[in-house]
Design a protein around this ligand. Sequence first.
Ligand code: CO
Length: 290
Amino acid sequence: MAEAHAAPNAELLEWPKKDKRRFLHVVYRVGDLDRTIKFYTECFGMKLLRKRDIPEEKYSNAFLGFGSEETNFVVELTYNYGVSSYDIGTGFGHFAIATPDVYKLVEDIRAKGGVVTREPGPVKGGQSVIAFVKDPDGYVFELIQRGPTPEPLCQVMLRVGDLDRSIKFYEQALGMRVVKKVDKPEYKYTLAMLGYAEEHETTVLELTYNYGLTEYTKGNAYAQIAIGTDDVYKSAEVVNLVTQELGGKITRQPGPIPGLNTKITSFLDPDGWKTVLVDNEDFLKELHKE
Ligand code: CO
């Protein structure tokens, strides 16, 4: 009676696709909060959305983005008291910002002292105009020429050791779909864009596989992506099932965070990249409290 046992799991595995999922924020550490806030607001045109200081835990957070946290993906910066620099590692790739005029943005960034690591121009063998710049901590930002978009903070790029395994993981555990896949044998890489809508409409997770490279260092700078869900408990059950087949593991069982009462669950993907699922309703309550 194998089918009788398979059925409940099959139904559970449908949940991530039915759930109300959305990219909420990406969390990473910086060595000087004010320096980064100044850079992102002046060079990228982000807005400082909120800031909180937790002296008893010796850290501060700042949230910045191109729109409200209720609708947009934002960055959550963490400053740990007394820590002025971090190791970004080799696995983290970049964040990306879509802008109608990359040439103009790069000019502005350079004028304000930003480091341009790739001059604006079309991608090799393609049409789209891009550039790369570095923020004060060394995080790379890709600038992508694109018409007006509801979500200018449009990518988080991470390197993975087995792209097919990762695609399966993000499809099954997180309900994402592949919105684009590109193989570039001449440059020895393959990439996949995964998300909940098309690239120009929302943030996507860009996963890159470099031929023959299966291991990267994680460093201690980049932390995690937070994604909204209507049910952290059911979502964690699915993640638990998927990790049994594909690897990765739950690092925080679903439940409310003490003191904050926001329900979350967190886990690692097969490469060790962390995702936090946050209860949608609790998240909105948290925003309105502040
Ligand atoms: Co990219």
